[in-house]
Write a protein of this length. Structure first.
Length: 295
């Protein structure tokens, strides 16, 4: 009897939560991240396409490492389903070393991947790990060196109609990060979108931000918009997390955590969100969105 009452109380809480949450809370881009192995697993990608569409997801951000018959065929399935295809290109895994960042040969390989993704129908190219390693020495020059790479990619995309996005650390939404070379005020002049990774679990002090996902995401996004106010046409699409990396959450707490992040994205007037799951587990997200009718 006690367990039954507890279940009913929880159900009532979430019904009220969904009803009270404005219908526009999930407006804008709604995307999920997909690894290339997930894309190439035909059974899994078919499930994700169907479940994502039913939940109102409109965009897949998909790793691109190179092409094979499964990549080509399954990307076509994604596009045929009416989902927007964003190609995620990891520029410098774990952050670049100076010898990588300054290597024209290394960058030529990335150029090749980018143009292959364009040929496969990518609507947007998203550069991730577009930075130095966090252990690199601080210098104002770092930002401009990274910016030159972004401008180079932008030039490569000219005439293709493909847009350019860059991922940045959450801290870079609020301040210049001189060690890793990220400054949104500089980047904004050469990109169509900035995607800050506003994961509350990555902000110090960790306990404070773990219990304040709304405030953490909202402040970061409003800071970012203020910093690029001279570029109002640049989209801000936030990466949100589906769990707290440092503090395990029960299902009910996790649902509230995710909804708080989404509400912050809306209230900050960002252009949408990409949900991040390194293992591509999205069942809970789909359930949450279906409760909202995919709105």
């Amino acid at each position: 009897m006690k367990n039954n009452l507890l279940y009913k109380a929880r159900a009532l809480f979430f019904v009220l939560f969904f009803v009270m949450m404005p219908s526009g809370a999930l407006a804008g881009v709604r995307g999920i991240y997909i690894t290339q192995p997930t894309l190439e697993n035909s059974r899994t990608i078919k499930y994700l396409i169907g479940a994502a569409r039913a939940a109102g997801i409109d965009t897949f951000v998909i790793d691109y490492w190179g092409t094979n018959k499964y990549t080509q065929r399954n990307l076509q399935w994604v596009r045929d389903a009416g989902l927007h295809y964003v190609a995620r290109i990891v520029m410098f895994p774990h952050g670049g070393l100076p010898e990588q960042i300054e290597s024209s040969r290394y960058l030529a390989k990335k150029d090749k991947l980018i143009m292959q993704a364009v040929a496969l129908g990518a609507e947007r190219i998203q550069l991730d790990y577009i930075r130095y390693r966090h252990t690199h020495h601080q210098s104002p020059k770092n930002v401009h060196i990274i910016f030159n790479i972004i401008k180079h990619v932008r030039e490569k995309l000219q005439g293709t109609g493909v847009k350019l996005e860059v991922d940045v650390f959450g801290e870079a939404a609020s301040m210049e990060s001189k060690a890793i070379g990220q400054d949104v005020r500089v980047f904004a002049s050469a990109v169509n979108g900035i995607c800050p990774m506003v994961y509350p679990s990555h902000y110090f002090p960790y306990v404070y931000h773990a219990t304040r996902p709304y405030q953490t995401v909202y402040k970061s996004l409003t800071d970012l918009r203020s910093r690029i106010k001279e570029y109002p046409d640049v989209n801000i699409i936030a990466y949100i997390e589906l769990y707290n990396l440092r503090f395990p959450l029960g299902r009910d707490s996790k649902v509230k955590y995710i909804l708080d992040e989404m509400r912050a994205v809306r209230d900050a007037r960002a252009n949408g969100w990409y949900a991040w799951s390194a293992t591509n587990k999205y069942r809970l997200l789909f359930n949450i969105l279906e409760e909202r009718g995919g709105s």
